[in-house]
Design a protein around this ligand. Structure first.
Ligand code: FE2
Length: 293
């Protein structure tokens, strides 16, 4: 396949991934165009003469153009065409593994993958759904007597679900090696070299106590990468979420003025919330989208 066709093929795949990530409905004509293009691509074989390939070039070029036009037109209408799929309270689902249960062998056995995904991850999903429904009930009834318990469950199971969802995607039977592009640059910039990063990450992982994770994060504030340990993932609330509005309820935040009346501090704090700031944070955070589960 020549360079041009390779690029078109790649573009076609990227487009599919994009439509999927944006949850474009199956009935959308964009899918038909992509399917048509895929069908054409599949007719290509190495025994074809220049003339036949030339004809395919033309068809592909035409479709490519149509799709881009369609897409640019839609883009100019803003985000309206995109289904803003969100997960309702209690409606999380166990994401399917992006590969077979035995695909990571010999590094991770099929038996582990089945247990880990079908049992452990599933129980986080169930626990998260339960916590969300219970908190929804509390909001409806106004009875928050168990808010502490359900918030802990929300954090524990939410982190478990989100982190495992990232974890499955972080691995691949075709994985290994080193990153490239921007990520590689950032790693070298902050850690000095890929080897230095790998050593740091490995040591942090080996020294996590108990049930935990090692996590490479991007800090939008520092604009650099960092390696963190999460000894108990629930202690850091839900990983894979972005803080929008925070209230410091450490004693140092109110004791001099409110003494032990933490409640009065919290009630009066609402008078000074800067909603413009929270909205700006929300707008930025809202731009980041992963496939919902
Ligand atoms: Fe796990």
């Amino acid at each position: 396949m020549n360079e041009y066709l390779k690029n078109v093929f790649q573009w076609n795949e990227d487009m599919r991934a994009f439509l999927e990530s944006e949850n474009i409905e199956e009935s959308n004509e964009l899918w038909d165009k992509l399917d048509h293009m895929t069908a054409i691509m599949e007719t290509i074989d190495h025994s074809m003469g220049d003339k036949e390939i030339e004809e395919i070039h033309e068809k592909v070029e035409e479709l490519h153009g149509e799709m881009e036009q369609y897409f640019n037109h839609r883009l100019s209408l803003g985000q309206i065409y995109v289904n803003e799929v969100s997960v309702q309270a209690g409606k999380h689902e166990l994401p399917p593994l992006p590969y077979g249960y035995n695909a990571l062998e010999p590094y991770i056995s099929e038996e582990i993958m089945r247990l880990h995904h079908d049992k452990h991850h599933k129980s986080y999903v169930d626990g998260l759904n339960k916590a969300e429904k219970e908190l929804e009930k509390a909001r409806n009834s106004g009875d928050f007597s168990l808010v502490k318990h359900w918030s802990r469950e929300l954090a524990f199971n939410g982190s478990g679900h989100y982190l495992h969802t990232i974890f499955w995607g972080n691995m691949s039977p075709q994985g290994g090696g080193e990153p490239t592009g921007e990520l590689k640059k950032e790693i070298v910039k902050y850690f000095g070299s890929f080897e230095a990063f790998k050593k740091h990450f490995t040591e942090a992982a080996k020294q996590v106590e108990g049930s935990g994770w090692t996590i490479l994060v991007w800090s939008p504030r520092a604009r650099h990468l960092e390696v963190l340990q999460s000894e108990k993932h629930q202690n850091l609330t839900q990983w894979d979420t972005i803080p929008l509005l925070v209230l410091d309820v450490w004693e140092h935040a109110y004791y001099l003025q409110y003494k032990n009346d933490k409640g009065a501090y919290i009630d009066s704090w609402w008078n000074i919330v800067n909603w413009d700031n929270v909205s700006r944070r929300f707008q930025k955070a809202h731009e980041m989208k992963w496939q919902p589960f």
